[in-house]
Write a protein that binds this ligand. Structure first.
Ligand code: FAD
Length: 489
């Protein structure tokens, strides 16, 4: 439905961003379908501006059309790798997908301020490489880094594999440029590390998933490149031991601990089954839980190896390790990371599964997993838990694979909801979060309404109303009015 859309609307869009950068027909699945292929919407148009002023002009045009009664809204889109259906249009044909992917300029690197200012459409991996070319490090790192873009990373407050040392995307951002729902541009690209002049607008926009403003530029923190990195693949008897190992690693390696990923045996067995070319450093059958630990040293390769080895000695002595392999080269380290990063792919190849991106405090992880597994076992004994994740951040991907031979459609239709309720209720029991790093999108508003503190929900509604009173920006995501209405029924 495009009621009251001015006849000249598409022509005006083309005038603003160029004829070739407005798509209304043909195969638009690149923008309309999510990365996992779970859903495909129908866009009113896909518009790709090349600059902040073009983004502002497009938003203004859409806002005016909406004010004249048109059913129209905007879905900002970066690399479209999000996992909660926040970046694709719904099926109504009334949503403009505003793609930031043409905005790829690195505006500047300031080595004295240890920062770089970039367009929102810069691909994450390109930013890592640009920082590296300047002898510096941009530490945000995730498996989708070749496709996702920094605007999307900030809009979702992405986490990834280096959070234990450098924090989430939010902690890496010291300036933001945002186009607001009425088309105004807020220039907050200060690059300041200290600025206590009122409310923190930057941190409000970060993590808002395109519902409060469209990020067009960002100033990012950089760090010195470590002199050396060392990785180890470690076998532990249980998650309890893995948590003990985390505490020991933090004590021995302090801020040099840059990665701490845990993988249960079943997750690695799936990788072994579907990617036999990825050779395991230690056979998965020999332990319940494996840890991929990364240490970064500011001085030298030799010191990196010796500090890692002394940690391992202490860990063996404390009885938290049963086996370990230290990578002898960058290539070997990369192979360890490859195994970790192939778990989601192995799950996809195994068949239908349910993803749960949860967090609890690291110390609660063993008790959480024990309780959630026991409850699943009781009600769904055939469901297979594939548990892995960023243990150093208390973030698990506590996924559930359909039983072997199960009908995938029936599994999702009949069991997704009850299995999810068991897991999220257990998360809530431990005071955790049902979405640690992927966000809410249009997939999890019902969970938000169910599990979030009511006062927090009411504050969130007030903020949305203040910044986007006509619900122009990503109206179906995070806290859609429709979800409220449904919950009230
Ligand atoms: P998109 O998917 O395009 O958009 C995501 C959300 O942000 C949408 O709501 C969209 O409307 C909004 N948005 C996009 N750009 C803007 C903008 N400029 N302004 C305002 N709103 C905007 N996530 C993690 O946190 N940690 C991981 O380890 C991780 N691993 C992943 C591994 C794989 C293989 C895949 C496919 C995904 C993974 N993700 C992970 C999820 C995803 O990559 C991240 O959420 C990423 O930050 C999304 O970036 P994007 O550019 O693809 O954003």
């Amino acid at each position: 439905m495009t009621s009251f859309l001015p006849a000249s609307f598409f022509e005006q869009l083309r005038t603003l961003v160029g004829h070739d950068h407005v798509h209304t027909e043909g195969d638009l699945s690149l923008w309309e379908q999510d990365w996992r292929g779970l859903a495909q919407g129908k866009a009113l148009a896909v518009v790709s501006p090349a600059s902040t002023s073009e983004v502002a002009a497009v938003v203004k045009l859409c806002a005016e059309a909406k004010a004249q009664g048109a059913a129209i809204s905007i879905v900002p889109q970066g690399g479209n790798t999000g996992l909660v259906l926040g970046s694709i249009p719904d099926g109504s044909g009334t949503q403009v997908v505003l793609s930031l992917r043409r905005m790829q300029t690195i505006r500047g690197i300031d080595p004295h301020n240890l920062s770089m200012t970039v367009d929102a459409g810069c691909i994450l991996q390109n930013l890592q490489e640009a920082a590296k070319s300047a002898g510096l490090l941009f530490p945000l790192s995730l498996a989708a880094q070749g496709s996702c873009v920094i605007g999307g990373n900030l809009a979702t407050n992405a986490g990834g594999t280096q959070v234990v040392r450098y924090g989430n995307a939010r902690e890496l951002c010291i300036g933001l440029e945002v186009v607001l729902a009425d088309g105004r541009i807020w220039n907050g690209l200060s690059g300041l590390r200290k600025d206590n002049t009122g409310y923190d607008l930057r941190n409000l926009i970060i993590g808002s998933e395109g519902t409060l403003g469209i990020i067009t530029g960002a100033t990012l923190k950089l760090y010195p490149q470590p002199a050396a990195r060392a990785c180890a693949w470690l076998a532990t008897p249980s998650l309890h031991h893995a948590v003990e190992l985390l505490a020991l690693s933090q004590k021995h390696l302090a801020s040099g601990l840059t990665g701490f990923e845990a993988m249960e045996q079943a997750a690695l067995q799936l990788v072994e089954k579907h990617m036999p070319q990825l050779r395991m450093p230690i056979a998965p059958t020999t332990a319940e839980v494996f840890v991929l630990l990364e240490y970064s040293d500011d001085e030298s390769e030799t010191r990196a190896q010796s500090r890692l080895e002394s940690l391992l000695e202490a860990a063996f002595e404390a009885g938290v390790l049963t086996d370990g392999a230290v990578a002898q080269s960058l290539d070997q380290s990369q192979r360890m990371w490859d195994i970790r990063e192939h778990i989601p792919l192995a799950q996809a190849q195994e068949g239908v599964h349910l993803k749960h991106d949860i967090s609890v405090t690291s110390s609660s992880i063993p008790a959480f997993v024990e309780r959630a597994k026991a409850q699943l076992q009781e009600s769904h004994p055939d469901a297979r838990v594939i548990n892995f994740g960023h243990l150093g951040d208390g973030n698990l991907h506590f996924n559930v694979q359909a039983p072997l031979g199960a009908d995938p459609k029936a599994f999702v239709k009949e069991l997704a909801q009850p299995i999810q309720a068991i897991i999220y209720d257990t998360v809530a029991f431990f005071g955790g979060s049902f979405s640690a790093e992927h966000g809410v999108g249009t997939l999890k508003p019902a969970e938000l309404l169910h599990y979030k503190d009511p006062v927090a929900l009411s504050l969130m509604r007030s903020i949305k109303q203040a910044l986007d009173p006509h619900s122009l920006l990503n109206p179906n995501a995070v806290l859609p009015p429709a979800a409220d209405a449904q919950a009230g029924e």
